[in-house]
Structure formats: structure tokens, C-alpha cells
Design a protein around this ligand. Structure first.
Ligand code: ZN
Ligand code: ZN
Length: 327
């Protein structure tokens, strides 16, 4: 079967690999779509090193179950599923507390275990989330990054009526905007890329104006300068939820944090299983329409082109597999 793999930093090729075997606790998924994000770009660039090469890329995958392992009783052939690509251990203290995003032994698909950009993947059944047939593939393929955004909003404790700034409207920022809008909050946005900013406005955000104060900021760009500027707009007692990452130090004094009583919290992925399940339920009810963030679709054969496009495309790039009619 075909898979899109990194064969050297910055070099992606379509390779032939054996079809995976479905273990007793797994399901075999015929992959239909995979979304691409900044994490994938970091893997391609080599700034997030992978265990070996060729390395199958991609972690935002959805598809159809085509085989069910012998010990798996609660999944069926024919179900469309979204894959939750972070396999927590279920045995550590964090997992025991339901804080699976804090699991130190978490296996991250596409980073520590091979990715999903292949015609078929074998996945632990427990990390597949069935969605009703009426959920469109263009909504379903957004489940993973949308769940990251919804978990950030959930953890932030933001309430309707609070003034919110979303820093960065790459696809993660756009999903945060949609998650806030779904809670009845109109996000204000700051984004230097014209196309990305305009897409946020189309989705219902409004531009932030200079000097405007905010109760809450969501930082999705990972740019430390942008975060430092945004922190200056927080009211006393304001809160920042950080989603974007950067290894560089942050230039803010403890004086600024204490005297203005600011809170800074990181939000990493989501917790199993309720965050994913909650997003799927929202898609089934159509209370959020993440397909509006999808902008550029590619066939598997054009994977290299698709990854190159992630850097500058407003909205989300994605790869459609096993869909000759759509290509
Ligand atoms: Zn991603
Ligand atoms: Zn654990």
C-alpha cells in the first residue's frame, strides 16, 4: 500500500509499505482524509526529530473501519471514525486522574509512533471515535485540531461576556475562534497574515484595535513577541491560555505578572476520552462547522506539495485518500 513518508529532512516521498496487521485490540482503518498542521511542518523541517526514516507522516486522520480485532467488541466494520492520535498509558497517576494529556508515557502518532498518511492503519480500537454517518468528511477531518481548540477554551474557564483576544489565526487560531463563537463569545483577532486574518473575519471574528483591553487571551501563534504584546492588553486579573509553543524565553517580569495578577496557563492537546467524544457530539449536532477552516485539498500523490503549502495557506491544508472521484 502507499504511504507518504519523510525520507530525509524536507524530503517527502510516496513509498510502498506492507499493509498493517490488525491486532486483537485494534481496528484496521481505511484512511480517507488526513489534515496537516504546524506540528507536521516541524517534523518535515527536522525541528521535531522522528525515531527513524522513512517516517510515515500525519496525525489528524479519519477513515472507515474495515476490520475489527478479535478482542474488540464495541467497534464495527463500516463505521466512520476519527483517530485520537495520542495514546496515553492508562496506568500512571495522571491517567488515573483523567489528566491523560499529562501522561509521561504518552505515545504521539506521527511523532513517536508512525503517522496516518497511509492507505490503511491499524489503531488501538479505544482511540477511534465513531461518528454518525451524516457527519461530512470535511468536518470529521478537523476533529483533532478542533478538539485541541475546544479543550483550550474548556480549560480556560472563559465565560460569555468576557472580552477575548485570539493571537494568531493559523488553523489552530481559527478553530479557537470557532470554539469561542460556539460559546457565544465574539473573538477579537490579531494576525499579521492578511489571508489568515480575513478568514477569521469571515468566520465571525472581529479585528482587535490598538489599546483595547482584554479579559482573556488565547495565544496560538507560538511567537513570543506576539504573546508579550498581547499580555500587555490584559486587564488586571486577566488570563492567558497558551496553545502555541516556542522554545525561546518569554520576556515578562514577575513584577508584571504579580502586580497585575495575571494568570498564564498552558493547554496541551486534550484529555481522553471526553474531549474527542464531545467534539464528535458537537459535529453530529452541527453546532460547529470546522469544514469552513479547510482551504486546500490534495491527493496523496501530491503530499510534498501539500506539506509545502501549510506554511503560507490561510486555513487548513488536507490530503484526501482512497477517493478517486474526489481527486
Ligand atoms: Zn495537528
Ligand atoms: Zn499515563
Amino acid at each position: 500500500m502507499k504511504a507518504a513518508a519523510l525520507i530525509a529532512p524536507e524530503t517527502i516521498e510516496i513509498i510502498d509499505i506492507p499493509e498493517p496487521h490488525c491486532g486483537p485490540d485494534e481496528v484496521l482503518v481505511r484512511v480517507t482524509a488526513v489534515g496537516l498542521c504546524g506540528t507536521d511542518s516541524a517534523v518535515v523541517r527536522g525541528s521535531r526529530p522522528v525515531p527513524n526514516m522513512p517516517w510515515v507522516l500525519g496525525h489528524e486522520g479519519v477513515g472507515e473501519i474495515v476490520a475489527v480485532g478479535s478482542r474488540t467488541v464495541d467497534r464495527e466494520v463500516g463505521q466512520q471514525v476519527a483517530i485520537e492520535p495520542n495514546y496515553c498509558c492508562f496506568t500512571c497517576e495522571a491517567c488515573g486522574d483523567g489528566f491523560t494529556s499529562g501522561c509521561p508515557s504518552r505515545d504521539a502518532v506521527g511523532l513517536t509512533s508512525p503517522g496516518l498518511l497511509a492507505e490503511y492503519v491499524a489503531v488501538p480500537a479505544i482511540f477511534t471515535h465513531p461518528a454518525a454517518d451524516h457527519v461530512n468528511i470535511c468536518d470529521l477531518v478537523c476533529v483533532e485540531p478542533l478538539t485541541v481548540a475546544r479543550a483550550a477554551v474548556r480549560r480556560s474557564g472563559v465565560r460569555s461576556g468576557q472580552r477575548c483576544l485570539v493571537v494568531g489565526t493559523g488553523s489552530q487560531g481559527l478553530f479557537v475562534c470557532q470554539s469561542l463563537l460556539a460559546e457565544g463569545i465574539t473573538p477579537h483577532v490579531r494576525e499579521p497574515h492578511t489571508g489568515r486574518r480575513e478568514l477569521a473575519l469571515v468566520l465571525g471574528a472581529v479585528p482587535a484595535t490598538d489599546g483595547e483591553p482584554f479579559d482573556h487571551i488565547f495565544e496560538t501563534s507560538g511567537a513570543t513577541g506576539a504573546l508579550e504584546t498581547a499580555l500587555g492588553t490584559l486587564v488586571p486579573g486577566g488570563k492567558a491560555t497558551l496553545v502555541g509553543m516556542n522554545a525561546g524565553p518569554l520576556d515578562i517580569s514577575t513584577h508584571a505578572v504579580v502586580s497585575r495578577q495575571l494568570s498564564l496557563s498552558g493547554s496541551l492537546i486534550y484529555d481522553h476520552p471526553h474531549d474527542f467524544a464531545d467534539t464528535i457530539a458537537a459535529l453530529e449536532k452541527k453546532s460547529v462547522e470546522p469544514h469552513r477552516v479547510l482551504q486546500a485539498r490534495y491527493p496523496l500523490e501530491a503530499a510534498a506539495e501539500a506539506f509545502a503549502a501549510v506554511v503560507d495557506t490561510p486555513g487548513k491544508c488536507w490530503i484526501s485518500l482512497n477517493d478517486p472521484a474526489g481527486q
